[in-house]
Design a binder for this molecule. Sequence first.
Ligand code: NAP
Length: 293
Amino acid sequence: MSAKIIDGNAIGKAIREELRAEVALLEAKGVVPGLTFVLVGENPASQVYVRMKGKAADELKVRSDTISLSADTPEAELLALLDRLNADVTVHGILVQLPLPKHLNAGRVINRMDPAKDVDGFHPVNVGKLVMGDRSAYRPCTPAGVLELLVRSGIDPRGQHAVVVGRSMIVGRPVANLLLQDAPGGNATVTVCHTKTKDLARHTREADILVVAAGRPEVITGDMIRPGAVVIDVGVNRITDPASQSGYRLVGDVKFSEASEVAGFITPVPGGVGPMTIAMLMRNTVQAARQAA
Ligand code: NAP
């Protein structure tokens, strides 16, 4: 392997350590950052994610609680709960774990949150501010984590050609916007690819920085990467693996064994972008508490 590994576990830990000092400062002013998770239904993956986020909060002395609602909760009830959380001064951040059961309109639910408490950064006000380059916005956690990985690895996107594979509202679009902003960590020339892109490999081979968020296991192979490029793999896919004890293993959207022979820098899966998402959530929550203090 020739590529340098970008270690998301280590970078995420460093960020959480920095936040610990900020939490202590807030505590000295009598402010304990508070984060409330809203979990609707019993999606096992969502339950795991909320538990992991809650554990990270505990470690940081961020107060967190989870409000679990049954899968058939009427939308009006969920919206009324958000109204109560919006009005509760001890709640600085609200996170409605997605996906929601089908009968609930995720757009309406996210819109109901106070943008000042939207630590996931999905409310249209925060999305708009991000696009406009307004730094008071909460940046969505995974895209912000991607940028932080670059910056803290000494990789400056300025003037580089960044190619983003994926245009979801959760990852691809905000990553592209952050890379495009006229600010540190930005100033790249950005190409965004999706399923209608013709000849994906032609674009990915031109990338100095390649961010892949396609949700397709190992769709980016070694021959699609320019030698020396920086490869950030956002994908997390569970594939069957009879050789593993659990019967499955996690892979990214990039074929790591090939890509790591060609790239200059690469994130592993797991241990790359994943730990950054939680670190950025903690950062947004501390920011929310600071702004409310
Ligand atoms: P998504 O909503 O399914 O979006 C995938 C995007 O990739 C779409 O824009 C799609 O294009 C594009 N795409 C799919 N296949 C493609 C192909 N063969 N060529 C070019 N573009 C293609 O997924 P997401 O929510 O953005 O998540 C992406 C991946 O990141 C998933 O594996 C997810 O599990 C992972 N993820 C990880 C974290 C983390 O914390 N590590 C957080 C969030 C997501 P169209 O728009 O044309 O359909």
